[in-house]
Design a protein around this ligand. Structure first.
Ligand SMILES: NC(=O)C1=CN([C@@H]2O[C@H](COP(=O)(O)OP(=O)(O)OC[C@H]3O[C@@H](n4cnc5c(N)ncnc54)[C@H](OP(=O)(O)O)[C@@H]3O)[C@@H](O)[C@H]2O)[C@H](O)CC1
Ligand SMILES: [K+]
Length: 524
């Protein structure tokens, strides 16, 4: 599903009326009706005590339409408008008049009577939050802040209109204070702020209503963000050779880090890869061999500190000629000689390369190595590594994940997986995918190693590199969810995620609709 920025939605909104004759009034009527329908779905509307807290803009207008529909369907509705009547938009004013003529009580809330709002809302079964939507343009203060606090302390079921008020529609950041909705009914398409934390937490369960926007507008390719939906994995053909499912070379590990090479190279096989070759320091090969006999090992010369020595360069370049895809980085350490080797390998390997962990630190020192590559490059940074790659501070990245990611993909000519809640996948052409699988239990050592093995496996299964990265991220997250559901969130470890990978592939082959439904937003 496409994910529309605030400016995308404003453009769609204008085109809907200018080009298709679908007026703002029609859109507002459909929006309000959708809110009323969800209130009925989640709480049952007959004799329900509903308070609609409306702003003076069109988000408030939606709330007023919802009030009229709910009252018509048998609910006891009261409307509280926060702000001055003379500030109301035309559409909000028209709908206020209709609410009043339907005999629905309306009260204007200001600093003088804001204290009564709190007690009024405590008598409500449902509160509809229609204060701000995509028009939020500054931190929430004063009477609006108090109104949001009153909504949050009401103890009622809270249904957000379009966006929970106070959440930035594009970034998901909370602008001072925000409504903690149980449900959010969003219009046309979801906004990034509903899917990125903390906004995703404030939105609750999301319902999407297209409110009769013409389909062509909602699918326009000028909208460059979308949810990372899984695609069908073809069945394994019976007459196959292990080479058919991809040959991956992993340059990983050190005497200090034994888990990373194991998780990455083994996850490749468990996620469907064919031939996993691990080039690592000779001193740890016996240990790893006893744990993962299915992996083929290339013992490498090592530095005094037990890291991969530069002298291995020619050998690694030769091995890379054999491989379909090369993964560099997990557990290599940031030993200067080893980092120098990483940069040379990345610069000279004429195959798709996935760079993770310490490999990212190595290439951060000279990003032109990435720019000059002709074959695809995949980077899988967490926030801190992204900061080192881009020179942008972590807090600044959090303020605009999509914008920072998009610029970095273009600047570094790379596909970038920005790990976090939720993980984002950016493409050099500007497209960004928001991944909805995964859970906080996965933020543990080794989880990233499993991810890169899974990405390489998707490429081995035959997906084009961009799809392979998206699918690797989805499958990895779904495997973590599979474990959390069966063993509890504390049971989510690199090992348990790794062993859940085959289950997810099986589900994708046998019941992709079921798996898709697990993560898709509910459509009205
Ligand atoms: N665009 C669509 O496709 C549809 C939109 N609908 C609904 O309309 C809202 C957007 O409505 P809009 O009037 O643009 O803005 P809001 O209602 O979100 O905000 C109202 C005004 O509030 C002021 N504002 C913004 N931030 C603050 C703040 N922190 N404190 C106080 N006031 C604030 C701002 O006015 P200013 O004059 O102060 O700048 C806003 O204009 C959309 O979300 C949908 O719910 C349609 O009904 C459906 C289609
Ligand atoms: K709202």
């Amino acid at each position: 599903m496409k994910v529309a920025s605030v400016s995308d939605i404003k453009r769609i909104d204008e085109l809907a009326s200018a080009r298709y004759g679908v007026s703002h009034e029609i859109l507002m009527e459909n929006a309000g009706a959708a809110v009323a329908r969800v209130v009925d779905m989640v709480a049952g509307v007959r004799n329900l005590l509903v308070a609609v807290v409306a702003g003076t803009g069109n988000n408030g207008g939606d709330g007023l339409v919802a009030a009229r529909h709910l009252a018509s369907n048998g609910a006891e509705v009261r409307v509280f408008v926060v702000g001055r009547e003379d500030k109301m938009t035309d559409l909000a004013r028209i709908n206020l008049a209709r609410v009043r003529s339907a005999g629905i009580p309306v009260e204007f809330v200001s600093e003088e009577n804001i204290s009564e709002l709190r007690s009024e809302l405590e008598y409500s079964d449902v509160v509809v939050d229609a204060l701000f939507g995509i028009g939020l343009n500054k931190p929430v203060e004063g009477v609006y802040r108090k109104a949001i606090e009153a909504v949050n302390s009401s103890g009622a079921i809270i249904v957000g209109v379009d966006i929970p008020s106070g959440v930035n529609g594009d970034t998901g950041q909370v602008m001072g204070v925000a409504v903690r909705a149980d449900y959010t009914v969003t219009f046309g398409l979801p906004k990034p702020g509903l899917l990125l934390y903390p906004g995703a937490e404030y939105a609750g369960e999301i319902f999407v209503s297209r409110i009769s926007y013409p389909r062509a507008l909602l699918e326009d390719e000028s909208i460059q963000v979308e949810t990372n939906d899984p695609v069908f994995i073809p069945p394994r053909r019976p007459d196959t050779h292990k080479g058919d499912y991809g040959k991956a070379l992993f340059v990983a590990g050190s005497r200090q880090y034994l888990g990373a090479p194991l998780f990455s190279s083994m996850s490749f096989l468990l996620a469907g890869g064919g031939y996993s070759r691990l080039a690592t320091v000779a001193s740890i090969v016996p240990h790893l061999g006893s744990k993962a006999s299915e992996v083929v090992y290339e013992p490498l010369a090592e530095t005094a500190n037990g890291t991969v020595a530069y002298a291995n360069l020619e050998r690694l370049l030769k091995l890379a000629e054999w491989a379909d895809i090369v993964v560099v980085g997990p557990g290599l350490t940031t030993e200067e000689e080893t980092s120098r080797l990483v940069r040379e390998v990345v610069a000279r390997v004429d195959k798709p390369v996935v760079i993770d962990g310490d490999g990212l630190t190595a290439v951060s020192a000279s990003p032109e190595v990435l720019r000059k590559r002709s074959k695809p490059t995949v980077l899988t940074p967490h926030l801190g590594e992204m900061s080192r790659l881009t020179g942008v501070g972590v807090d600044e990245i959090k303020q605009d994940r999509i914008g920072v990611l998009r610029r970095a993909c273009r600047d570094l000519n790379s596909i970038i997986v920005l790990k976090g809640a939720h993980t984002l996948v950016g493409m050099p052409d500007g497209r960004v995918y928001i991944n909805l699988s995964g859970n906080p239990g996965m933020a543990k050592a080794g989880s990233g190693d499993v991810l890169v093995g899974t990405i390489a496996a998707m490429y081995g299964l035959g997906f084009p590199i961009e799809v392979a990265v998206r699918m690797g991220v989805f499958v990895h997250g779904a495997a973590g969810d599979y474990v959390a559901a069966r063993r509890g969130i504390d049971g989510v470890t690199a090992t348990s995620i790794m062993h859940a990978l085959p289950r997810v592939l099986q589900a994708l082959r046998e019941d992709i609709d079921g798996l898709y439904a697990l993560y898709a937003l509910r459509e009205l």
